[in-house]
Design a protein around this ligand. Structure first.
Ligand code: FE
Ligand code: MN
Length: 360
């Protein structure tokens, strides 16, 4: 018997019995391993949809002009503390983007079994490459010595501590893991939570906020724009890893014990503390319109949104977002004239996909 499956306005004819068997064999972990990349029939619809919206957001660093940034970098229009924030941003993210991409490829994509999950994780890893490449573009445009960025990464204790916090966990996951054991499943769930909610979801937001505060004052417009694109990508990564964790737990309820939930909350407490120490290093003195205390409050606010997102209790119930304007600025979709040049073309091309598919 034949059945028709529909995705968007594409439809596919599948053998009913085989399709049902393939569907049933799809699992986040411990599913059927097959050489055939059987994305169809889709079980994790969200993963395929997310893949498509990530693709529609594609951007390339060189599409963003850096002339104004270069002028400002060399002028006294900007202060030393503002230059320091940019250097910390480039230094920290040059390490962090690589660490995330590496963990996605060598831990998460390696351990999941459903093909549509592997598909979206491959795109995630590629977006980390784009982010790393955007930092290379900033370094070369501003004429910063890359070794100076490396020394930020290696020489500043609060940066080192944030980096160790995640890479320790990621390295420990690269061994033969028996994912039929509850404790191993919990280790995997912890890795997904650590990277998605603690690192990308919380520990990226101190600098994101600072760079976008500068952007709001018309300082470093090219860098600000790249950070906005990056942030839009990160929102998808946080959502991807949140959905993945939720589905993993739904299929493996033995993971979600009270002690395990307490562990995750504790991990977030640690992440928040490291981020607060780091913020004090980024803002040793307050800059124009930027105060360390407000960013610290902002991190409390963001961390609670992440905890609630995965069904955990907030640490500071009722804490208010000190930067309501930031949410607006992060939501790029609201702006009409933001996309110019190639970014629009990528979007159009993918919007047209569905039209042309009918003719193919
Ligand atoms: Fe990234
Ligand atoms: Mn990311």
């Amino acid at each position: 018997m034949q059945a028709t499956f529909t995705i968007g306005n594409k439809s596919f004819i599948l053998d009913q019995e085989k399709a049902e068997a393939a569907f049933a064999a799809k699992k986040v972990i411990n599913g059927r391993e097959t050489m055939f990349f059987n994305i169809l029939p889709l079980k994790y619809q969200w993963a395929y949809e997310l893949y498509r919206s990530m693709k529609a957001n594609h951007w390339e660093p060189e599409d963003i002009p850096m002339q104004k940034d270069c002028e400002q970098w060399r002028s006294d229009e900007v202060s030393d503390i503002e230059r320091w924030i940019i250097k910390m941003g480039i230094g920290y993210f040059s390490g962090a983007e690589g660490i995330v991409g590496d963990n996605i490829l060598h831990v998460v994509r390696e351990l999941v079994t459903a093909p549509e999950l592997k598909l979206v994780l491959g795109r995630h890893a590629h977006e980390e490459n784009i982010h790393a490449d955007s930092l290379v573009y900033m370094i070369s445009s501003l004429g910063i010595n890359p070794h100076e960025c490396e020394s930020i990464l290696e020489g500043i204790e609060t940066v080192q501590k944030k980096t160790d916090f995640v890479s320790r966990n990621s390295r420990a996951m690269r061994r033969d893991i028996d994912l039929t054991q509850t404790s191993a499943k919990q280790d995997f769930a912890k890795n997904i939570f650590l990277f998605g909610q603690c690192m990308e979801g919380t520990q990226f937001y101190g600098l994101f906020g600072m760079v976008l505060s500068l952007y709001r004052q018309n300082k470093f417009p090219g860098i600000g724009q790249m950070f906005r694109y990056t942030l839009r990508d990160e929102s998808n990564h946080i959502e991807l890893l949140r959905n993945l964790l939720m589905d993993l737990v739904e299929e493996n309820p033995d993971i979600w014990t009270q002690p395990f939930r307490d562990d995750l909350t504790q991990l977030m407490v640690e992440a928040v503390n490291l981020e607060k120490e780091f913020i004090r290093d980024c803002l040793p003195v307050n800059a124009l319109g930027l105060s360390a205390e407000e960013f610290i409050l902002y991190i409390d606010y963001i961390a609670d949104r992440r905890l609630e997102g995965v069904g955990l209790n907030p640490l500071n119930p009722g804490v208010k977002n000190p930067f309501p304007w930031l949410a607006e600025m992060m939501d790029i979709k609201k702006e009409q004239n933001f996309f110019e040049g190639r970014v629009t073309e990528y979007q159009k091309a993918s919007a047209l996909d569905s039209v042309h598919d009918d003719e193919l």
